[in-house]
Design a protein around this ligand. Structure first.
Ligand code: CNA
Length: 253
């Protein structure tokens, strides 16, 4: 990927978001790798180190201690992690009215940290925790503190504390799905950023958008499961891409 490719991609992106409205963006783990959070299926992804089974509900319920021990580093990291150029770019574009909706598969809360509003978090938020018995909520900082003293965090009522994320084997929030479906059906431009589009129902939204006549742009390093459907694909690093687009939008902020 050369500098000229990035220049061409960022120019085309600006043309598309300026002419096709409304715009919906679906983000995946690839938008957060530049913040130091590994993705699942990229070359250095979590699946090369931790079995996907760890993210199943049954695993968590049967072996909470093993779950917390395997994910402890991520919990500590999440407290301090910062948004990168892609989160910042999307927040600026929303502020200036270029993006109507962001649907994310990410659980890191970085879109909100960058200042975005109304983000549809399909898989929950790993920065929030709650007691499975009484519903008491806890922040990631409180859980990180508890984990210094005990291998599994328990509530003052004695209940097991779980992350507010959707484990494999659980249903997604109906209202989040309905909002995502509605915006996908009515947009003119649907942009996928940093997702391999292997996980459903998230990967169904670009399909819904394309079937309803939207222009589908996929920006991802490496293949995705829906490349064949895209009107345009930018195979590039999102950090470099977002920096180039930010340059073009500097005068707006
Ligand atoms: P995925 O299947 O791991 O795909 C990520 C894609 O992004 C891969 O195709 C990578 O090649 C690509 N990618 C990685 N870095 C970059 C980059 N800098 N520039 C461009 N492309 C890049 O992840 P998906 O999001 O598609 O899968 C959905 C899962 C992953 C959801 O259940 C998430 O909850 C889960 N997940 C979330 C996070 C997070 O919140 N940051 C981290 C890891 C996994």
């Amino acid at each position: 990927m050369s500098k000229t490719d990035i220049e061409k991609y960022s120019q085309k992106f600006v043309e598309l978001i300026s002419s096709l409205q409304p715009v919906v963006v679906l983000t995946g783990a690839g938008v957060s790798t530049a913040s130091g959070i590994p993705d699942f299926r990229g070359p250095d992804g979590l699946y090369s180190k931790i079995s996907p089974r760890v993210f199943e509900l049954d695993f968590f319920l049967e072996q909470p201690q093993e779950y917390y021990s395997l994910t402890m580093n991520r919990i500590h990291m999440l407290k301090d992690v910062k948004p990168n150029e892609t989160h910042i770019l999307l927040a600026i574009l929303q502020k200036h009215g270029f993006i109507e909706t962001v649907i994310t598969q990410n659980i890191d809360g970085l879109h909100q940290k960058a200042g975005m509003e109304g983000v549809i978090e399909l898989h929950g938020n790993a920065g929030n925790f709650y007691c499975m018995d009484c519903g008491e909520t806890y922040t990631v900082a409180e859980i990180a503190e508890k984990l210094k003293f005990e291998p599994v965090p328990y509530c003052s009522c004695g209940g097991l504390i779980r992350p507010d994320v959707v484990f494999f084997g659980e249903f997604l929030s109906e209202s989040a799905l309905a909002r995502a479906r509605e915006s996908s059906q009515s947009c003119q431009l649907f942009v996928v950023m940093g997702s391999s589009l292997n996980v459903y129902p998230a990967a169904g939204f670009p399909r819904i958008a394309a079937e309803n006549g939207a222009y589908l742009l996929i920006i991802n390093r490496g293949e995705t499961a829906l490349d064949y459907m895209a009107n345009l694909k930018f195979d590039c690093d999102l950090e470099a891409f977002s920096k180039a687009v930010l340059e073009k939008f500097k005068e707006l902020d």
